[in-house]
Design a protein around this ligand. Structure first.
Ligand SMILES: Nc1nc2c(c(=O)[nH]1)N[C@H]1C(S)=C(S)[C@@H](COP(=O)(O)O)O[C@H]1N2
Ligand SMILES: [Mo]
Length: 408
């Protein structure tokens, strides 16, 4: 058996029929609220995958579905509104949790393990981590100039309470050897055409051993939705979504840097372009470095774009801020196109990897279009940018952007 077939057999998913999503609301158009380049939203519609409420459908095969603004009414994103991102269309239509295993192998493991869901639940301490999962390319659709790729607006992200065993505890049980530099991770999905490289990633050993890096068996107190990685996925708090392997079927600590397509050729940024503390050293080359931590960012969740208010009527602005895990220090708001800024009030701290809610009140004095700008800073002093740091993949877009309301 080839390695992939073997792993799929382990996962109980030896056949990979292509998956056809259920498009329930084909006629419903998405309002053009984000100021995407003309035409970008032309083909987007609301559609629901099994187990999900309607999401913004960018591509059905592979499934790429963005969370609508309704997903951000609360700091913890509901499972059935959580966004979905896949690279390859060979997604098992369902996974039998009884049959499914994670294989812990690799040249830096003394005792290879095959762990069932029950093993992972019973034999290890279960840890809760509240963390934002955001795609590297969230807001790519806002890039100016325009770049190719899924034209994500604001909703290629969500915040959830993830629960499961620590990766470090699993690796300890498997007899992790000192020479390990990376852990290679794979999921049960794969390419439909064998010419497309399977989606396999590696993570630096230091991040694997971080006490907040877990294998999630639960999301917000429930089983993971199928399209968010059922029955188990990797949680890499603070780092962009690409490493958060879904339908996890193998973890392989290795003594040499992993040379896979999805490390070598994708999810890389020009070295030094963005502020980064945690660098993936063993995967760096002369020009580029793997994307790692999220950059500090914020979202205005209310009022909605285009909402109407009266002159003299107080407006309550709410939103979230998040970063790569250093913690939000402040959010500032401007209602005069950036001429002056005032501090928003930060809400409940759900942990340093979570959405941090904030609120701000002001009273518009004049009729017309009113812009609201919000900008977050983290405890390292990093801030959102006013001008896009352009890169061809459209990663790390944290430009301060307006919500415009109408005052009458
Ligand atoms: N197995 C598997 N895991 C994966 C991916 C994938 O294509 N296959 N995509 C990654 C990327 S790029 C992102 S942004 C997140 C998206 O997670 P979600 O679909 O639960 O929102 O999953 C990551 N894990
Ligand atoms: Mo992603």
């Amino acid at each position: 058996m080839q390695r992939r077939q073997f792993l799929q057999a382990l996962a109980g998913t030896a056949v990979l029929p292509s998956f056809t999503p259920v498009t329930a609301f084909a006629a419903e158009r998405v309002p053009l609220t984000y100021g995407l380049p003309a035409g970008a939203y032309g083909d987007a519609q609301m559609a629901s995958l099994p187990g999900k409420r309607p999401l913004i459908e960018w591509t059905a095969r592979p499934p790429n579905y963005e969370a609508p603004m309704a997903a951000f009414a609360t700091p913890v994103t509901p499972n059935d509104l959580f966004f979905v991102r896949y690279h390859l269309a060979g997604i098992p239509p369902q996974i039998d949790r009884q049959q499914w295993r994670i294989a812990v192998t690799g040249d830096s493991i003394a005792t290879p393990l095959q762990l069932s869901f029950q093993d992972l639940q019973r034999d290890y301490e279960q840890v809760d981590v509240t963390a934002v999962l955001q795609c590297s390319g969230s807001r790519r659709g806002l890039s100016d100039p325009h770049v190719p790729g899924v034209q994500w607006g604001l909703g290629a992200m969500g915040n959830a309470v993830w629960r499961g065993p620590r990766v470090k505890d699993i690796l300890a049980k498997a007899g992790l050897k000192p020479g390990a530099v990376e852990v290679v991770v794979n999921g049960a999905d794969g390419p439909v055409l064998t010419t497309t490289p399977d989606f396999v990633k590696s993570i630096p050993i230091a991040k694997a051993l971080d006490e907040n890096t877990i294998v999630a068996l639960q999301m917000n107190g429930a089983a993971l939705p199928h399209f968010n990685g059922y029955p188990a996925r990797l949680i890499m708090p603070g780092w962009t979504g690409t490493y958060w392997m879904k339908h996890l079927i193998s973890m392989e600590p290795v003594s040499k840097p992993f040379d896979g397509f999805w490390m070598r050729a994708a999810y890389r940024i020009p070295t030094g372009m963005f502020p980064t503390v945690q660098i993936f050293q063993t995967q760096e080359n002369a020009m580029t470095t793997p994307i790692t931590e999220m950059v500090v960012n914020s979202l205005i969740t209310s009022p909605a774009e285009g909402a109407h208010f009266r002159v003299g009527e107080p407006v309550t602005v709410t939103g979230f801020a998040w970063d790569g895990g250093y913690g939000i220090r402040s959010v500032i708001v401007s209602t005069d196109n950036g001429a002056s800024w005032r501090e928003a009030t930060l809400g409940n701290d759900l942990g340093r990897y979570a959405f941090r809610p904030w609120t701000y009140q002001f009273t518009p004095q004049a009729a017309g279009n009113q812009q609201i700008l919000a900008s977050a800073a983290n405890r390292l002093g990093e801030t959102q940018v006013r001008t896009l740091i352009f890169n061809g993949a459209g990663y790390h877009n944290n430009v301060v952007r307006p919500t415009t309301i109408v005052i009458a």
